[in-house]
Design a protein around this ligand. Structure first.
Ligand SMILES: [Zn+2]
Length: 239
């Protein structure tokens, strides 16, 4: 007679495995959640960046316009100065040279005025784009916060379920022999959260490899723990 009733030990291990399988898959799911939020956040931040670039362009244009306006004022000042000198000139030649300079100065001023007009037009265009971007971004923010909430809610759900499962685990564990439990847990952590598997249609449901009939007989004798020769998981037979 074995020291422990192996059949009921295996039954308890199967119960524990059901709890652990769920814990394992929930932990896996939980592990990728922070990255999901980061990805959503990065996409949203990238869209915000587009708006920031537009706002920067607008500031640049305003700065350019101020520069042009200063340039225009100094051109106008220069024209006035030339005009005031016009009547003090002695010769026709001096007079016509000065007139040419005045015309040149006025032409320069008109080019600058055109540039100023252009900055107004460009600024209007960018302002429109900015307004549209802002509206889009408000929508994007709603979408992002909605997606984030779904992930946050699921995280909370997972934590609540993990607490329940932990309590279930504590109920099953006292019914399992110390040595058997530590063997189970060793396999559990080495074999992707799956330590005990059934044999069905002569094959191991952990690795799907064939289990020889003599091994199946050994399992049914319940004298010792039998493991799969291929994947090392504990084997049991549903009866
Ligand atoms: Zn196997």
């Amino acid at each position: 007679m074995p020291a422990v009733d192996l059949k009921s030990q295996l039954t308890n291990l199967v119960k524990l495995q059901a709890v652990d399988s769920e814990i394992y898959s929930l932990r896996n799911e939980k592990e990728v959640k922070p990255q999901e939020i980061k990805t959503l956040e990065a996409a949203y931040e990238a869209k915000k960046q587009g708006l920031a670039e537009l706002e920067e362009k607008l500031l640049d244009l305003q700065k350019q316009r101020t520069d042009f306006e200063l340039e225009l004022a100094s051109k106008e000042e220069a024209t006035k100065k030339l005009q005031s000198q016009l009547f003090s000139l002695k010769t026709n030649k001096e007079y016509s040279t000065m007139l040419q300079q005045i015309q040149g100065s006025k032409a320069d001023a008109s080019v600058i005025e055109d540039k100023i007009l252009q900055t107004f037009e460009q600024a209007d265009k960018i302002k429109n784009e900015t307004e549209q971007e802002k509206l889009k971004l408000e929508e994007e923010e709603k979408v992002f916060l909605g997606q984030k909430k779904i992930v946050d809610d699921r995280m909370k759900e997972i934590d609540d379920r993990l607490a329940q499962l932990d309590a279930q685990r504590k109920q099953v564990i006292p019914g399992i022999d110390h040595k058997i439990l530590s063997q189970y847990e060793r396999i559990l952590s080495n074999r992707d959260g799956l330590a005990i598997v059934t044999v069905k249609d002569d094959s191991c449901k952990g690795c799907n490899m064939l289990v020889p009939p003599q091994v199946i007989n050994l399992i049914k004798m319940y004298e010792r723990i039998i493991t799969c020769e291929i994947c090392n998981r504990i084997l049991y037979v549903e009866e």
